[in-house]
Design a protein around this ligand. Structure first.
Ligand SMILES: C[S@@+](CC[C@H](N)C(=O)[O-])C[C@H]1O[C@@H](n2cnc3c(N)ncnc32)[C@H](O)[C@@H]1O
Length: 236
């Protein structure tokens, strides 16, 4: 496992963040629940009843629990480098009694077996933490390698042209959204230093290029909210 990447995930998704994540996330991401609902319903509509699903960057388990709940025959492998985030996910999963259909793995997608292949994968609010210096492409390739032909992937990230005025104007709107919606508005300005330093947005054009290079096509945008964009792509 890459120690530097592990540190980045731990720095922002350690014990303290895991405890407050579920309380704060809805005040951070406009349409968080609707986005997750749409992602779940898109997958449910396009993969088999007994699907195997890979969840990359599972965090505190939002999509893992929702998918296990709504699709009783699905089996899920969920991976995340943050032990603290996954511990919260594990607690929720065990409370619901889903243990037998889920494998939780502390680490990265590259650590997950690529045989047998998965029917679907999600990467929700994860890839924007990965720089576009070859690492985003490597990350998508690792997901692609683990999907069956025709398999679906949900990809949701901060996107846009970091160099443009438009992007920064939208970031200001996003900051004001958080100041209105979060229970801790006093922390918003400090948190945005993390957004500026540790988030690596790319344009939609670049997202399409990366997906194409990694064996994905038929890409459709299903969600857009301020700087966030969500896509469903097919493994060709
Ligand atoms: C904003 S949270 C999103 C969690 C969840 N998907 C959701 O929608 O609430 C981002 C998660 O990605 C994880 N993460 C960061 N870098 C990662 C990487 N390279 N591979 C997989 N997960 C990563 C973090 O530890 C964190 O739990």
């Amino acid at each position: 496992m890459d120690e530097e990447k592990l540190d980045t995930a731990k720095k922002h998704f350690g014990n303290e963040e895991a405890v407050v994540y579920d309380d704060l996330i809805r005040g951070k991401i406009p349409g968080y629940d609707a986005m997750h609902d749409m992602a779940r319903l898109i997958l449910k509509n396009s993969v088999p009843e007994e699907a195997k699903v890979l969840i990359v960057g599972a965090g505190t388990g939002t999509e893992t629990v929702a998918l296990l709940e709504s699709s009783p025959a699905w089996r899920i492998t969920a991976v995340d480098p943050s032990e603290a985030m996954l511990a919260t996910a594990a607690e929720k999963i065990s409370r619901k009694g889903f243990g037998a259909r889920i494998h939780l793995h502390t680490g990265y997608v590259a650590d997950v077996d690529s045989d047998p292949l998965f029917d679907a994968a999600t990467s929700i609010l994860v890839m924007h933490f990965i720089p576009d210096n070859g690492e985003k492409e490597a990350y998508l390739k690792e997901i692609s390698k683990r999907l069956k032909k025709g398999g679906k992937m949900i990809l949701v990230d901060v996107g846009g042209d970091n160099e443009s005025d438009r992007y920064h104007k939208v970031i200001e709107v996003w900051k004001n959204f958080q100041k209105e919606k979060r229970s801790d508005p006093e922390n918003v300005d400090k948190d945005f230093e993390h957004i500026v330093n540790d988030v690596y947005p790319v344009t939609e054009e670049r997202t399409m290029e990366l997906l194409g290079r990694c064996g994905f096509g038929e890409v459709e945008r299903f969600y857009e909210a301020l700087v966030f964009k969500g896509y469903v792509a097919t493994k060709l």
